[in-house]
Design a protein around this ligand. Structure first.
Ligand code: ARG
Length: 444
């Protein structure tokens, strides 16, 4: 339903009944919030043409207009404007029942790759943006009738897990520290840098992890589960649609990586450079005009972020039969994705006509214009950020409506606080950096 069209029709009908001939109602969004939601500007022109008193015509139109159940108020202002305030109940039911979009003529299978935190650490603001924007996109595509497959490509593999698991072994699996992964990571890194023996054990743990040593795998799984449960807590609080079953972690592609390398080799794309295996495509040039490599295997045989992403494209094409894949990460990964998409195309990992799209977003900055950090220069914990949004909203709600019972104020604050965090993100130009400003975010 189009509200403006509806009001236009109703007011034009009243205008015609009043004047005895058709005249446009000229309904627009209200110029200022205090005028209501919409204004009709057509009365003055029509009255003037017929040499009638505009305010009288306006009063007659208000009396005749069939706006029952639609408008809470329709008032005459100035020389004959009509200010319309919509009825809250009408708005609520319209939102709940109207399909806001027309179904896509040719529904596609769309993979939306979003959120994707690294489980070694706490989720940070970049992942918050990816989660909010990606989830909105997944919902929009679903509303349009597409088949959406959510993929949370979490980072759960790599050398840093050797260090973390060794530290977990030392501190004990029930360590308090695990409730704060950021600190856990920092402490582990401290140990790693200070203690040769610890570093050595960490490296052996990586090898054990890769070889599938059952004890190391068990500890790794436990760590991953804890870290993922922190993420799920955030997803639930944000009211996003991400669920555990959408996790398709980097490690899920481990068994495909040899085949990826073999396919690249068979396609004649592999080259060796300083012991590492790379793909060089002419279209990717560095500042000095030299061709940039996409490194797919390190000299020690280890695979990289790019290798896993190639395997993911292959999986999404062959197994998920995706027509389109959309990636939501910050703009710093633009080159990575351009290279991965180009190589995937050459190697035949992508299907014909399959659209691979990176939708980058800008960084979140503090009010000082620097990357968003705590005063101590630390990463902002997202749970704390959501807590603070709700606390600030509660203070504002309490200031405005102290008479409401506390439970009700808290619920309103929760809805407004979380809503404000999401709206602040979605209302901005996606690709520019944006300043995270509490006051602006929670200004009513
Ligand atoms: N884990 C990555 C990061 O935190 C994002 C992954 C995005 N998705 C992908 N398929 N590469 O930066």
């Amino acid at each position: 339903m189009n509200l403006k069209r509806l009001l236009n029709d109703r007011i034009a009908a009243a205008l015609e009944a009043s004047l005895g001939e058709a005249a446009p109602a000229v309904v627009q969004s209200a110029a200022r919030p205090e005028f209501g939601d919409y204004q009709a500007n057509g009365v003055m022109g029509a009255a003037k043409r017929l040499k009638r008193n505009p305010r009288e015509v306006a009063a007659d139109v208000v009396a005749r207009a069939d706006l029952a159940g639609i408008a809470a108020r329709c008032e005459i202002a100035g020389p004959g404007f009509l200010n319309v305030t919509l009825d809250d109940g009408f708005l609520a039911t319209s939102l709940a029942t109207s399909a806001p979009v027309e179904a896509a003529p040719e529904p596609e299978t769309v993979v939306v790759d979003y959120s994707c935190p690294n489980l070694a650490k706490e989720m940070h603001v970049g992942h918050l943006r990816s989660t909010i924007i990606g989830d909105a996109m997944a919902r929009v595509l679903e509303a349009l009738g597409h088949t959406v497959i959510r993929q949370n490509h979490v980072g759960d593999w790599g050398t840093q897990f050797g260090m973390l698991l060794t530290f977990l072994d030392e501190t004990g699996a029930d360590s308090e520290l695990l409730s704060d992964l950021e600190t856990f990571y920092r402490e582990a890194k401290k140990r790693f840098d200070a203690d040769v023996d610890f570093a050595d054990r960490s490296r052996r743990a990586v090898v054990g992890l890769q070889r599938g040593d059952p004890e190391i795998r068990r500890r790794w799984q436990r760590f991953i589960d804890i870290s993922l449960s922190h993420c799920q807590e955030i997803y639930d609080r944000l009211g996003t649609t991400l669920r555990p079953e959408h996790v398709m972690a980097e490690s899920a592609y481990n068994d495909d990586l040899d085949a990826v390398i073999a396919d690249l080799d068979a396609a004649g794309l592999l080259e060796e450079s300083q012991g590492a295996r790379c793909v060089f495509l002419d279209e990717f040039k560095g500042k000095d005009g030299e061709t940039l490599p996409l490194i797919v295997q390190k000299s020690d045989g280890g695979y990289l972020y790019a290798t896993t992403d190639l395997a993911a494209v292959r999986y999404r094409a062959r197994r998920l039969e995706a027509d389109r894949v959309m990636y939501f990460t910050d703009a710093r990964q633009a080159l990575h994705f351009r290279q991965v998409f180009a190589v995937a195309g050459r190697a035949g990992f992508a299907r014909d006509g399959m659209s691979l799209e990176h939708h980058p977003f800008g960084a979140m900055l503090g009010t000082d214009g620097k990357p968003f950090k705590t005063r101590a220069g630390e990463v902002v914990k997202l749970i704390q950020l959501l807590d603070e949004a709700e606390e600030r909203a509660l203070a504002e709600v309490t200031r405005r409506n102290p008479e409401l019972p506390e439970a009700e104020r808290r619920e309103i604050a929760r809805v407004i606080g979380i809503g404000a965090v999401k709206y602040a993100d979605l209302s901005k130009n996606r690709t520019s950096d944006y300043v995270f400003d509490w006051d602006q975010m929670l200004s009513f």
